[in-house]
Design a protein around this ligand. Structure first.
Ligand code: FBP
Length: 553
């Protein structure tokens, strides 16, 4: 039996590209201090909470001519949260830089996410072990998890484990919540004079951990290309059979970046944008009405088929649903230890919930299909968020659209036939082989994370910029984590968190989508991007996302 597929064998040989500055060698780098930073919002509160790590300067690396000796360092690495293509290359880049700096250095991997550092579960990386994972998708090299790292007890346990392994720096590879935890841990380690540094790396397929300094989170490129391939295939199918309306929910917990990027790559008939729904204060009924309009017009043209992209987080952005979900988040938290509620049958549970909701929320909750009611009550994630990937918004929309079309048919306003197919693309894209872009970007982020460690920095996020240019022109450096923070309500309390980047309606990316919507709705302008290509012409293999190109051109 074969142990590796032909693509696995070829990808293991791929040598990721590095920015010119990092290529010169880890011990030759010069750290250039840039401007001092401030939090994006709530400056005074963030400053008070991060007394030791607030207000640091942004840094950039350039190559120097002289190699400096580097003292022995042990580093620990954690993969945190949802998988994103390229995570293995962050670890490989970190490992290569660390060994290049001093072959005596050791890299430990904490197993199963942040809980690994708390429980002291780890492995030590070796060349042989790392080499098996280069340029592969997934986080299975050490596993991932969603344990929050935020309490005094967890920090103390982490410190004990670091002391035992003589670890002087920890790298946390994660999204906004995980990097918020990285910022808290960095602050705690400084406040307790431990000498242990903490560096974050920007990961998430959702693409919402970005700002002026972090152009994109890793994994977004590969995941969106994977979804775009699948959407293109469905478009061909729809255009061939001409009998189904396909409703495709696309992952992205909160922001609609993934849905919008996939839409720009494929040009479906309809792409909903959660941020637009929120800003225009659209109700569920209005969203359905707008979609029915398009379905009716297409039916008049004899087209009883089409493609709709639904961002995973949509439900939380519909103003009335947002209010309901926020009440349900608090309620389900309060009812966590209520045995009567926990043991109740679904219908009984709904009654208990309704009795605790105000009148409007109660009515809205009860108007939803049973399936959606149950899904809204499912367990929250460790950060207190409803798990939107488990709410079948695409089916909710289909059900409401079918009801409305029946009414329109009875009034003689709809002449078509509505047959639907529901899809959810999420997990399919999170562990794909990283695209060349993600393979290079991730390797650079990991390599650069060690450069930040080598310069004694803590509370920084590894940053690699200028990404629409070829990799040798990329700019490597670091961004203080506190710079991205503001205060937000979590579990009913105000907490410091990294601000999520949402789609801006006055931004270039949304405008590009909006400009093509009408044409796409009625006249089929489907694009078929095909599968990610790893070998071949650079204009096919090394192009990054449309979003990044529009934002930075
Ligand atoms: P991260 O923010 O941790 O990268 O995870 C994002 C994500 O992939 C979302 O798109 C999705 O809603 C969620 O993870 C699903 O989580 P889980 O893997 O726990 O089901």
């Amino acid at each position: 039996m074969k142990e590796l597929s032909p693509l696995q064998i070829e990808r293991l040989k791929y040598q990721p590209k590095l920015p010119e500055s990092l290529k010169a060698g880890i011990n030759k780098l010069v750290c250039v201090e840039k401007e001092k930073t401030e939090a994006v919002k709530d400056k005074e509160q963030i400053k008070e909470l991060f007394k030791n790590t607030y207000g640091q300067s942004r840094v950039e690396f350039v190559s120097g001519s002289e190699a400096k000796a580097s003292e022995v360092k042990n580093v620990g690495v954690i993969l945190s949260g949802g998988q994103a293509p390229g995570g293995h290359n962050v670890v490989a880049g970190l490992y290569d830089a660390l060994k290049q700096a001093n072959p005596e250095n050791k890299l430990y991997g904490f197993l199963g996410g942040p809980s690994g550092i708390i429980d002291g579960k780890y492995i030590e990386f070796t060349d042989e072990f790392i080499d098996k994972y280069r340029n592969t998708g997934g986080f299975d090299i050490i596993g991932s998890g969603r344990t929050k790292l935020e309490t005094e007890e967890q920090f103390k346990k982490s410190l004990d484990v670091c002391k035992k392994l003589n670890i002087s720096a920890v790298v946390i590879i994660g999204g906004d919540d995980s990097n918020t935890n990285a910022a808290l841990l960095a602050e705690w380690f400084v406040a307790h004079d431990t000498g242990i540094q903490v560096i974050g790396c920007p990961k998430t397929i959702d693409g919402d951990l970005k700002n002026e300094q972090i152009e994109i989170s890793f994994g977004f490129d590969t995941a969106t290309k994977t979804y775009a391939e699948l959407i293109g295939n469905i478009q061909r199918d729809a255009n061939s059979a001409k009998k189904y309306w396909h409703f495709i929910k696309i992952m992205g917990r909160s922001a609609s970046h993934v849905a919008v990027e996939a839409a720009l790559q494929t040009q479906p008939n309809i792409c909903l944008v959660s941020e637009e729904v929120e800003e225009k204060k659209m109700s569920l009924g209005q969203i359905v009405e707008n979609m029915c309009n398009i379905i009716c017009k297409r039916a008049e043209m004899g087209k009883n088929f089409g493609i709709v992209i639904v961002p995973e987080g949509l439900i939380e952005f519909i103003p009335e649903m947002k209010v309901l979900i926020s009440s349900l988040n608090d309620l389900t938290h309060d009812l966590e230890k209520d045995e009567k509620y926990q043991n109740a049958q679904p219908e009984e549970k709904f009654q208990i919930i309704v009795s605790k909701l105000d009148e409007n929320n109660g009515k809205l909750f009860m108007s939803l299909p049973t399936l959606i009611k149950s899904q809204l009550l499912m367990d929250r994630d460790p950060h207190g968020n409803v798990q939107v990937s488990r709410i079948e918004t695409e089916k909710l929309l289909i059900e409401m659209i079918r009801t409305r079309l029946n009414e329109l048919k009875a009034e003689g306003k709809y002449v078509g036939k509505f047959s639907d197919q529901a899809h959810f693309f999420g997990y399919e894209g999170r562990c794909a082989f990283p695209s060349n872009f993600d393979a290079d970007y991730c390797y650079s982020l990991g390599f650069n994370a060690f450069a930040l460690i080598n310069f004694g920095l803590t509370g920084y996020l590894s940053s690699v910029k200028n990404l629409i240019k070829p990799a040798n022109e990329w700019v490597a450096g670091g961004v203080p984590l506190t710079m991205m923070m503001n205060m937000e309500k979590r579990h009913g309390e105000m907490k410091p968190v990294i601000q999520k980047a949402l789609i801006k309606l006055d931004g270039k990316v949304f405008k590009a989508l909006d400009a093509m919507r009408e044409e796409c709705a009625l006249n089929d302008r489907y694009l078929f991007p095909g599968a990610i290509q790893y070998f071949g012409p650079t204009e096919v293999c090394d192009q990054t996302t449309v979003t990044l190109q529009i934002e930075h051109q």
